[in-house]
Design a protein around this ligand. Sequence first.
Ligand SMILES: Cc1cc2nc3c(=O)[nH]c(=O)nc-3n(C[C@H](O)[C@H](O)[C@H](O)COP(=O)(O)O)c2cc1C
Length: 412
Amino acid sequence: MGSVSKHAYNIHDLREAARRRLPKGLFEFVDRGSEDEVSLRENRAALARIGLKPRTLVNVSQRPQQITLFGRPQAMPIAVAPTGAAGILWHEGEIALARAAAAAGLPYALATGSMTSMERLAKEVPGRLWFQLYMYADRSLSHSLARRAAALGYEALLVTVDCAVFSNREYNFRNGFTIPVSFTPRNIWDAATHPRWFASVLARYALTTGLPLYANYPEEVKKRIHAQPLGRALPLNDSLTWEDVRVLRELWPGKLILKGVLHPGDAVTAARNGVDGVIVSNHGGRALDGTRAPIEVLPDFVDAVGDRITVIADSGFRRGADVVKALALGADAVLAGRGMLYGVAADGEAGAARALAIYREEIDRVLALLGVPGVSALDRDCLILPEAMRRQPGGDPPTLILREGFRPQRTP
Ligand SMILES: Cc1cc2nc3c(=O)[nH]c(=O)nc-3n(C[C@H](O)[C@H](O)[C@H](O)COP(=O)(O)O)c2cc1C
């Protein structure tokens, strides 16, 4: 473990180490949200509003964190979120993240926009691999990506459905940090004044394989990250419908997961269409600003579909206590996004491993202090919910009656 990781006592320390190492434009690209960043702040604030209600005099000398996710056992209730940026935070950052996840026995989701190809990753890392798919307007391009991932044995396909268009992140324009990456006096200066990152990432690529490629893009649209214009290569699609999900269900033999749902009605439709899981997410506050925090709507999802499909949550999870709260509300697992990116940006694979160790240690300590002998014993009675998340006993669910016979669980 590098000294950076050794001296990181929590995810906030890893964030601070990443902030020091990365050019400002790149750090803000990772760290910030969209527009007024209401959702970004709410993700943390909503988690903080949920109180913990400890029991005492419980034997908590054993506190297993094992869960079964999509039928497979894993050591702790976390999977590593897909993030297109890892390969520019650290040289071959996706491989570093995937190795750290594999060493901890956890799934790693490779993003469509990664700098490491799905073929290379499958060769380098023997762990559980998922592939995140963005849908191109030309569907056949995305279908070819899914077929490649299937042929390589990727376990799950995460179809991201909350980015019909690019979201609005004005600071990226101010920083000259746009996609495709362009070279402006401002960002050249920014890079030059962060020599550790410049030498170990950008210069290393330039001197070896050349500036990074969007390595997963289909051959006909594959581009380097600074190629102008990206045009057809941009994996964006504002005409995606449930018909596309049905086609993917036919095409994809493994677990099919929709990433970025915030309305429980969408989860019900997903379950009806053979989808295996949903990720309740606002993209870490990077997509539509003003959405409620996933943790607040999570109970609606668990009540509506939790007995039929897997429900995973993400957005804002920086502490073990945050993970514990999601599990107590009925989530099957949590995706860690920025927490892992701060780790890999600070110290590569060691930093990513440190991030996972921090989550594990914090979950363990919270379980002990909460009087809960393992994650499988968590339930809503461990929590004190804020007014906005409480249901009236016997009252209607806060959103809608989702299916016949559906009644929300009473929450304290
Ligand atoms: C820098 C960055 C890049 C991301 N890239 C993708 C992506 O390519 N595809 C995707 O589905 N989600 C992407 N996400 C969203 C994450 O998968 C995840 O939903 C989010 O980071 C969770 O919130 P958290 O960062 O607060 O943990 C990205 C997030 C960040 C911070």
